[in-house]
Write a protein that binds this ligand. Structure first.
Ligand SMILES: Nc1ncnc2c1ncn2[C@@H]1O[C@H](COP(=O)(O)OP(=O)(O)O)[C@@H](O)[C@H]1O
Ligand SMILES: [Mg+2]
Length: 324
């Protein structure tokens, strides 16, 4: 099963628990009109409720990303409400590490949100193709994610789905997919699971027993993501659907395997604190950022950078101080 297929809402929001959704797709080809003024370029992805297309926007004269409710769900109130909530967040949130929106069409035959098109591979693709990330790439990513999560926390929001497929590795990296964001207050009333199995904090896996999820759940998601990026593998063994709660969510009882070399021990330790079973024992995103800064400062200087040293220009070449 792919990571994508794991994203589920259980209970009242998710419909039949564990049942795979019917593969209902828009099937748009390049050049097909999505709505007037927006035409499909190619399919980018698709989850349980939405399909995502790269599209051309005639008014913006730009590539955009269009996230559409699947055709079989355009009458489904939960899917429409989810899209409306995502549209509202895209309108409201402003942060350089969080994807921006260009509006939404919430009624009509093709309800959708329009997003800026982000260049760059997904973190999941990068790890799959290139293996573990070096500290020079991992530390800035960690800092950027901390910055986004600090912003979320200040808004009393929990992303709930921080994972490598929801991160685009541009400059800066960008956190996408606001489809299951909840406020801390909403989560106090949630007694069902929301998230992606392998990246869910213990309190997301067992909201009745350990919940409610708070902003610390995103710190866990970031820890699991950074672990995956540092090691090239996920922190916990793969869960088994249909088994007991602990069989499905090994992170409820398993400790993450030590990261070991070549990940610097200080970085391993920080990632480990994000994966603390007790949410109160995890650092806040801002605290983590402060500690990461020290690791960035301690990165070894690479001699190759010397080749790009910029020599100061001579004053006379600028015509300054020559008496002219
Ligand atoms: N703004 C964007 N720019 C580039 N690619 C995107 C963008 N938004 C989504 N995608 C691509 O589409 C996929 C699915 O989008 P996502 O918002 O994560 O929806 P889902 O809820 O189906 O997971 C992403 O994993 C990514 O590959
Ligand atoms: Mg996604």
């Amino acid at each position: 099963m792919t990571a994508k297929a794991e994203k589920r809402l259980s209970g009242p929001e998710g419909g039949a628990q564990g049942a795979p959704p019917p593969a209902d797709a828009w099937g748009l080809a390049e050049g097909d009109e999505i709505v007037s003024g927006r035409s499909a370029v190619r399919l980018l992805g698709g989850g349980e409720r939405y399909e995502t297309y790269l599209a051309w926007d005639e008014r913006l004269l730009s590539l955009v990303v269009v996230k559409l409710v699947r055709p079989n769900l355009i009458e489904d109130q939960h899917s429409l409400d989810g899209l409306a909530a995502e549209a509202e967040l895209l309108e409201r949130l402003r942060h350089p590490v969080i994807v921006r929106g260009f509006g939404a069409v919430l009624d009509g035959p093709r309800p959708h949100v329009v997003l800026e098109h982000l260049e760059g591979p997904r973190l999941s693709t990068l790890i799959r193709k290139q293996g573990p990330l070096e500290p020079e790439q991992l530390l800035p990513l960690a800092l950027q994610l901390c910055s986004a999560l600090h912003y979320f926390a200040a808004e009393d929001l929990v992303h709930l789905d921080v994972k490598p497929t929801n991160i685009i590795m541009g400059a800066p990296a960008r956190l996408i997919d606001l489809s299951i964001v909840r406020s801390v207050a909403e989560l106090e009333r949630v007694d069902y699971r929301i998230g992606t199995d392998s990246y869910m904090a213990p309190e997301q896996c067992d909201p009745g027993g350990r919940g409610p999820a708070t902003t610390a759940a995103d710190v866990w998601g970031m820890g699991a993501t950074l672990y995956h990026a540092a090691a090239g593998r996920r922190p916990f063994s793969r869960g088994r659907r249909g088994g007991s709660l602990v069989e499905r969510f090994p992170q409820l009882e398993e400790a993450a395997a030590p990261l070991g070399q070549p990940v610097p021990p200080e970085l391993s330790a920080l990632i480990g604190t994000c994966l603390a079973p007790d949410p109160a024992a995890r650092p806040a995103a801002a605290e983590l950022a402060a500690q990461l800064e020290h690791l960035v400062a301690a990165l070894p200087k690479r001699p190759v950078l010397g080749r790009f040293r910029i020599r100061p220009r001579r004053r006379d070449s600028l015509g300054i101080g020559s008496g002219a």
